[in-house]
Design a protein around this ligand. Structure first.
Ligand SMILES: *Cc1c(COP(=O)(O)O)cnc(C)c1O
Length: 387
């Protein structure tokens, strides 16, 4: 089976992790700060704060921006559940903005229309979380302009998009947002096994994120309510969590950062080959907006809805570990029980009825790529039937 995604671990990666095991610090040592510095430098961001998952990063990003009970957070229905759950963790409500039929990212037109209505209703969102599906940036200039007009904050869920760029600068530089979140799960662009990070240009937000990831505890005298009782002293100044990344995970991430460029280059070259070789078959292909270069976390094709299931099953039977990203979040039982109606998101539903993520990862051999191309062409030509 050729999986839809997988990690690429080198000898150097293994040596970096084992070196930490023999060092003085397994956690809270020098390696995670070095990984954070590498992320911040790559993205051109002022600060990076590494945590144990993108889910944790989304949670503390919401908290740092003041999300709490009575607030509303909007995201895309076409995402992993974590993009929405983070608001619920804070006691806030979630709502969704349907996707664009062409880019499959949050529709800016629908966002603007929904904001106009929300303003009339006095229910504007506190935070909007656009998701860079498959690694292609959303239209962040437009979303940033709406944020200024309507007074909401922006967290980019860039779990798919480290190594991508938008308007000529790396995703993660927060040019049109307050905080950007990355995931380092093994199927993503680079991995720390489990892990994630926030970037921001706001030193106050960066400090809040650091406190929230580590129990809300400080050892900085100027953050305390009174002078330290002694050299042992620390103070808990807010309610934080233990969301720290270990030195082992940080070492893997720091080592992987060295190959981020080649990883994304390889993904782009495979995606270009797919787009060339699928141009004449009966599938809808990813559309690339001129302002962005995708990191190509996923390569999604859309097939006719009536052949979707048969085509998916035929791919699996033929040894392609295809997958579907994503089941619309409002259709999940948990969200239905909160009163969400999946019928409110026709474009996300149409996408769900047609989308298939085919294998794409940096370690694919040229033979793997050729196998995927041949299989996709054959299966699509037969509409998934086995003759
Ligand atoms: C993977 C992913 C997450 C969660 O990442 P973890 O690091 O596994 O917590 C969140 N949002 C999106 C869009 C993702 O793809």
């Amino acid at each position: 089976m050729i999986p839809y995604g997988r990690q690429d671990i080198s000898r150097e990666d293994i040596e970096a992790v084992t070196a930490v095991l023999a060092s003085d610090f397994l956690t809270q040592g020098p390696v995670v700060p070095a990984f954070e510095a590498a992320i911040a430098q790559y993205c051109g961001a002022g600060h990076a704060v590494a945590v144990n998952s993108a889910t944790s990063a989304l949670h503390i990003a919401c908290l740092a921006l003041g999300v709490g009970p009575g607030d509303v957070v909007w995201t895309s229905p076409n995402t992993f559940v974590a993009s929405a759950n983070c608001a619920l963790y804070c006691g806030a409500e979630v709502d969704f903005v349907d996707i664009d039929a062409v880019t499959w990212n949050m529709s800016v037109e629908r966002l603007e229309a929904k904001l106009k209505q929300a303003q009339l209703d006095g229910r504007l969102p506190k935070v909007v979380i656009p998701v860079h599906l498959c690694g292609q940036s959303c239209d962040m200039a437009a979303i940033g302009a709406l944020a200024r007009t309507y007074g909401f904050k922006v967290i980019e869920d860039a779990s798919h998009a480290i190594g991508a760029d938008y308007e000529g600068v790396p995703v993660g530089n927060c040019a049109h947002s307050d905080i950007v979140v990355f995931s380092f799960h093994p199927v993503k662009i680079i991995t720390t096994a489990e892990g994630g990070a926030c970037t921001t240009n706001d030193p106050h937000l960066a400090r809040q994120l650091q406190l929230l990831r580590s129990h809300g505890i400080t050892r900085e005298t100027d953050e305390m309510s009174h002078a330290p009782d002694g050299p042992w002293y620390y103070q808990q100044v807010t309610l934080g969590y233990n969301y720290r990344m270990t030195e082992l995970h940080g070492a893997l991430g720091l080592s992987q950062m060295v190959r981020l460029g080649p990883f994304v280059a390889r993904r782009r070259s495979i995606a270009r080959r797919y787009s060339d070789r699928f141009a004449d078959i009966d599938v809808a292909l990813p559309y690339e907006i001129p302002a962005a270069n995708s990191s190509w976390h996923l390569y999604v094709i859309r097939v006719a809805a009536e052949h979707h299931r048969a085509t998916f099953e035929a791919f699996r039977a033929a040894g392609l570990g295809v997958n579907l990203h994503y089941i619309p979040v409002p259709s999940q039982p948990y969200y239905r029980n909160l009163g969400h109606d999946p019928a409110d998101y026709p474009e996300a539903n149409a996408y769900y009825g047609e989308a298939i993520s085919i294998p794409l990862y940096a370690g694919m051999t040229d033979d793997d790529v050729e196998t995927v191309i041949t299989t996709v062409r054959r299966v699509v030509a037969s509409n998934g039937s086995s003759q």
